[in-house]
Ligand binder design. Structure first.
Ligand SMILES: Cc1cc2nc3c(=O)[nH]c(=O)nc-3n(C[C@H](O)[C@H](O)[C@H](O)COP(=O)(O)OP(=O)(O)OC[C@H]3O[C@@H](n4cnc5c(N)ncnc54)[C@H](O)[C@@H]3O)c2cc1C
Ligand code: SF4
Length: 529
């Protein structure tokens, strides 16, 4: 990355004909931490990333339309009874992946999130639990510079966050007011934006958040811990090569089925990188799509199955006072009192979170959610500066009919477009109804006038499930594919259940663990020689 304050470390380059230890496909929350870890261990690492390597300071404008370049906008077909919106809603492209535009809420999953099936008899248990991920959560919070309250009011005891909480913006303050009068506990959220300047190993000083409220359109200052200002420079400094604008299309295999090369397109020309191991981290849509296109790692028939998307109902209220919802850190306040509500008629649970929103994003939601256009949309938007939102982040059960398959339509590269079928089940409907009742009471208590609900689902999860049984899962507990000897998968696709927590911190924790488990088994194999 070129950055006026942080000159990029010199990057090593590997000739494509040289056999490197590891090729990492995708540089988001799943790919970046592990590529840095592998490079730090002395492995030769090449990361292939479809998107560009931006310089935030130079390339990130305070302009929502300009920043659409951070979203994966290749067409994805949507089916089922609740077809999902993709593009801006769900995916990212570029060195750093979706973390370039995430809100940076970084709650940990709770221990019981990993054993939904044992506790409720539905969904799926994870083959690993909180105990395996907790050391990585600790490490990540420290490395990224997460700002948050200490002690954190929910979940197991843990060390203090390295930085104090960020200031609450107006929607967060209104949510706190409503919750307080109802006896619902709230807390400033854990957020991977900096409450104070922070020294980033491999990068230098990152500045404190200036409350621009533009996290979802890319943070131009480096205050938000996206991968491009954290693990990517760390990895480059340790000897990894990041090859941007390289779109992976296929794999070369030997007669034993081992991958010997990764084929990609760069500047319109096909290239191949020879390698000993592949880490596929292209996200829960492109990862299964690549596997299905290449008929890879699918002896179980599970690739593309169990697609999940968090239940994400938003409740918007208009207030007499000035709110200015685009100001301040958008991911501000959280309540986990609804993690396992006593009166629940559903399995699992959800978080309540305040939302800050940029004007065009809000206008798009009004158009989709309320069906308003033209003059009516214009009139509604006149109240934008008085609008505040709350949303839930709720579990979503895996279901047979929710899946990703290849469609008959081809994209500009001649590859089949992905078709994602999604329908909320009874559990998601009951959870959403429970949440809507509570959120309406919160906005009522906070003094909202007009209130409207926007049902939605967020995040792309599942499709390459992790498990203990090779006939029911695509990867094992160490994220290694069951039926390709040198393939690991690590991104949102391996989640067996959605978890009642925003996913990025857990994806990063899995990524570091995947690298460590790989290095341990590799070390054992080498010492056995
Ligand atoms: C608006 C928004 C706000 C969000 N806010 C939060 C939040 O507050 N907290 C949170 O935890 N999560 C949040 N998320 C979700 C979070 O960002 C994602 O779950 C997470 O980043 C996904 O990580 P991943 O590694 O699975 O995929 P990604 O981060 O999407 O990375 C995949 C990478 O692979 C690359 N790629 C794909 N196909 C190919 C190919 N064929 N060849 C080469 N490269 C390829 C892509 O370009 C991309 O860079 C948010 C998401 C959105 C859309
Ligand atoms: S609010 Fe803070 S973290 Fe978000 S874009 Fe602005 S400076 Fe970056």
């Amino acid at each position: 990355m070129t950055h006026a304050l942080h000159p990029a470390p010199a990057m090593r380059h590997y000739p494509p004909g040289e056999t490197v230890d590891a090729v990492v496909i995708g540089t988001g929350a799943g790919g970046a931490p592990l590529l840095a870890r592998l490079a730090a261990a002395g492995l030769s690492v090449v990361a292939l990333e479809a998107g560009r390597h931006w310089s935030p300071e130079r390339d990130f404008a305070t302009d929502e339309t300009e920043q659409n370049k951070l979203y994966w906008t290749d067409e994805r077909l949507s089916g089922g009874e609740d077809p999902l919106a993709f593009g801006k809603n769900n995916s990212g492209i570029g060195v750093g992946g979706s973390t370039l535009h995430y809100t940076a809420y970084t709650p940990r999953a709770q221990p019981d999130d990993f054993r939904l099936c044992s506790d409720f008899g539905v969904g799926a248990d994870w083959p690993i639990g909180y105990a395996e991920l907790a050391p990585y959560y600790d490490e990540l919070e420290l490395f990224l510079g997460v700002s948050g309250p200490s002690p954190y009011p929910w979940g197991p005891a843990r060390g203090a966050y390295p930085l104090p909480p960020l200031s609450l913006n107006a929607p967060a303050q209104l949510m706190a007011r409503g919750c307080e009068s109802l006896g619902i506990r709230t807390s400033p959220a854990a957020n991977a934006a900096l409450a104070a300047p922070y020294y980033q190993e491999g990068f230098g000083w990152r500045p404190a958040c200036t409350n621009r409220g533009f996290c979802q359109a890319g943070c131009s200052t480096g205050a938000k811990a996206s991968m491009d200002v954290t693990f990517i420079p760390l990895g480059i400094g340790a000897g990894a090569e990041i090859r941007p604008e390289c779109f992976v299309t296929s794999f070369e295999r030997d007669t034993a089925g081992t991958i010997v090369g990764v084929v990609y397109v760069e500047n319109g020309a096909e290239q191949r990188q020879r390698c000993r191991h592949v880490f596929l981290c292209a996200g829960a849509v492109e990862t299964p799509r690549l596997l299905l296109i290449n008929d890879l790692a699918n002896a179980s028939g599970q690739v593309g199955c169990n697609f999940m998307a968090h239940t994400g109902l938003q409740l918007w209220g208009q207030f007499e006072e000035m709110v200015r919802p685009n100001k301040g850190i958008p991911g501000g306040l959280i309540s986990e009192d609804t993690h396992r509500p006593a009166d629940a008629d559903f399995a699992g649970g959800y978080l309540l979170q305040s939302i800050g929103v940029m004007p065009l994003t809000y206008a798009g939601q009004v158009a989709r959610g309320l069906g308003l256009w033209g003059e009516a949309l214009h009139a509604h938007m006149a109240g934008y500066n008085h609008t505040a939102g709350i949303n839930i982040l709720g579990d979503c059960l895996p279901a047979n009919d929710n899946e990703l398959v290849l469609s008959d339509e081809l994209d500009a590269r001649g590859l089949p477009k992905p078709l994602i079928r999604f329908t909320n089940g009874d559990n998601e409907h009951r959870m959403t109804a429970h949440a809507e009742r509570i959120m309406r009471r919160i906005w009522d208590a906070a003094g909202a006038g007009e209130v409207w609900a926007f049902p939605r689902n967020a995040h792309t999860i599942g499709t390459c499930r992790m498990g203990a049984d090779p006939s029911k899962a695509v990867v094992d507990a160490d994220c290694r594919a069951f039926d390709v000897p040198n393939l690991s998968i690590c991104d949102n696709s391996v989640f067996p259940s959605a978890l009642a927590a925003n996913p990025a911190l857990t994806i990063m924790a899995l990524s570091l663990r995947t690298a460590d488990r790989f290095l341990q088994t590799r070390g054992k194999a080498e010492s056995a020689l």
